[in-house]
Design a protein around this ligand. Structure first.
Ligand code: GAR
Length: 216
C-alpha cells in the first residue's frame, strides 16, 4: 500500500506526534511524516522530529500579528515543498485561516480534547469538569473554516470522575488521543473516509454496535 505523506503542525510537547511516529515505526500506519512545522521555536515536538531525522521547521509568527493569511501562506509553501498529502494539527495552538483550509480541502485533521461539538476552544478539560458531564473524551475531525467545527471522523469517550482535576482528566483523554489520531490517519490512508455534508462516512466501518457506556 502506498504510504501517504503527512505534514504535522505543532506548538508544544508533541506527544500526539510521537504516537504517530511510533505507530509508523511499528508498521501500524501506512504513512510517513514528511515534515513537522512549529510556530514555537522551543516546541519539544521539533526535538522529537529531529531525533527521527524528520525535517523540523520553525515558522515564527512574529511579524504576522493580524496577518494570519500571510502566515498560513508560509505554512502552505513549506507543506508543498514536502509534497504533503494530509496535514495534521497535533496540538497546534493557532487558528488557521481559509487560505490553508482551501489549499487542503478535507485533507486537514485536528485533534481536540473533548467530545465535540461540546466544549470547543481552550481549557476544555476544566470546562467539562465544571459542567459536570459524566463523560468527556477526544475528537478527530476534518478542519473547515470554523474553529473546532469540521466533520467528525472519530471520537473516544472516557469517564469523568468526581476526583478528577484538569490534569488527571487531560491525562486520561490523552491516552485515547494517541490511539484515535493514528486510526483516523490510517482510515484516510486506506481511502475509507467520505465526507457527506457534516458527516464522515467510514466504508467498511461498524455495521452495528451493542456497546454502550454508563458512568458512574
Ligand atoms: C492535546 O491534548 C490536543 O488534543 C490539544 O493539545 C494537546 C497537545 O498535546 N489540542 C488542542 O487543544 C487544540 N485546540 P501534545 O503536544 O502532547 O500532542
Amino acid at each position: 500500500m502506498k504510504k501517504i505523506r503527512i505534514g504535522v503542525l505543532v506548538s508544544g510537547r508533541g506527544s500526539n506526534l510521537q504516537a504517530v511516529i511510533d505507530n509508523i515505526e511499528q508498521g501500524r500506519l501506512s504513512a510517513e511524516v514528511a515534515v513537522v512545522i512549529s510556530d514555537q521555536a522551543e516546541a519539544f515536538a521539533l526535538e522529537r522530529a529531529r531525533k527521527r531525522h524528520i525535517p523540523a521547521v520553525h515558522i515564527s509568527a512574529a511579524g504576522h500579528k493580524g496577518k494570519r493569511e500571510a502566515y498560513d501562506g508560509l505554512l502552505i509553501e513549506e507543506l508543498r515543498k514536502h509534497s504533503v498529502d494530509l496535514v495534521i494539527l497535533a496540538g497546534f495552538m493557532r487558528i488557521i485561516t481559509k487560505v490553508l483550509v482551501q489549499a487542503y480541502p478535507n485533507r486537514i485533521m485536528n485533534i481536540h480534547p473533548a467530545l465535540l461539538p461540546a466544549f470547543p476552544g481552550l481549557h476544555v478539560q476544566q470546562a467539562a469538569i465544571e459542567q459536570g458531564v459524566k463523560f468527556s473524551g477526544c475528537t478527530v475531525h476534518f478542519v473547515d473554516e470554523g474553529v473546532d467545527t469540521g466533520p467528525i471522523i472519530i471520537q473516544a469517550a472516557v469517564p469523568v470522575l468526581d476526583s478528577d482535576t484538569e490534569d488527571t482528566l487531560a491525562a486520561r483523554i490523552l491516552v485515547q488521543e494517541h490511539k484515535i489520531f493514528s486510526r483516523a490517519i490510517q482510515l484516510f490512508a486506506e481511502g475509507r473516509l467520505a465526507v457527506q455534508g457534516r458527516r464522515v462516512v467510514v466504508s467498511g466501518g461498524r455495521a452495528e454496535s451493542g456497546d454502550f457506556l454508563i458512568n458512574p
